[in-house]
Design a protein around this ligand. Structure first.
Ligand code: AKG
Ligand code: FE2
Length: 243
């Protein structure tokens, strides 16, 4: 299996093109795609260890206080940790073609520039100034309610979750769930992830083939099922900034 090593300087350019073609295909078919082994175990441990650091964050959210579920997360402040900054830029560029295709299929006029910094300039010009990348921590009994990560008018239609912990060793339960609502039909997928895997997913909606022709919009939500034991850490990379 090809390992998508984004951080060996050559960045995404070094990844075999077939991986990205496969990812695009999965995204178009299912609204989400797993990128196996994006991070190695050490990178996962280093990122998870950031959670207890004092500095580098702009806020901490206790989910139960907001009705978001149970567990907590912290939003990174700028400058992001270098690894996450690099990942956010590189993944963004890889996802732009999908984002633009989806918008075209959904009849939305918005198109996305090739580089993250140009998209962020658009967010910032509209008051969406606050960084959205976050790190989440779940303990026994914690869960994340189904939701959509929309933080203002400007939304990049795809986002990424990185699983930092080892299922079956560090935690049990805590499955990543993604749902799709298409008219009165709702379905759910449970995405089996390993430590270091990334999952790319639709933020709010995605185009699905219409019954006769063309495309219509299906609403997407994601969440995390109850953690049965242990601790689970993830990083969320959202490309738009927040109001
Ligand atoms: O912890 C997870 O797997 C989901 C985190 C999440 O909701 C996000 O990154 O947007
Ligand atoms: Fe989320």
């Amino acid at each position: 299996m090809h390992n998508l090593r984004l951080f060996d300087n050559e960045a995404c350019e070094s990844a075999p093109p077939c991986q990205w073609t496969q990812m695009e295909h999965q995204l178009d078919e299912h609204g989400c795609a797993r990128l196996p082994g994006l991070l190695d175990a050490q990178q996962c441990r280093d990122l998870a260890a950031l959670y207890t650091r004092e500095d580098g964050f702009r806020s901490r959210i206790v989910m139960a206080r907001h009705g978001f579920g149970r567990g907590e997360y912290r939003y990174f402040d700028y400058p992001l940790p270098p690894l996450l900054q690099r990942l956010r830029e590189q993944l963004y560029s890889r996802l732009v073609p999908v984002a633009n295709r989806w918008n075209q299929r959904m009849g939305l006029d918005v198109r996305y520039p090739d580089r993250l910094q140009d998209f962020l300039a658009r967010c910032h010009a509209h008051g969406q100034l606050r960084p959205t990348p976050l790190i989440l921590q779940y303990g026994e009994g914690d869960y994340n309610c189904l939701h959509q990560d929309v933080y203002g008018e400007h939304v990049f239609p795809l986002q990424v979750v990185l699983l930092l912990s080892r299922p079956g060793q560090d935690f049990a339960g805590g499955e990543f769930v993604i749902t799709q609502a298409d008219g009165d039909r709702q379905r759910a997928d449970v995405m089996a992830l390993d430590q270091g895997d990334a999952l790319v997913l639709a933020v709010r909606h995605r185009p699905v083939p219409g019954r006769r022709s063309g495309y219509r919009r299906a609403a997407m939500r994601h969440g995390v099922s109850r953690v049965r034991s242990g601790h689970r850490h993830t990083v969320g990379l959202i490309f738009h900034d927040a109001l």
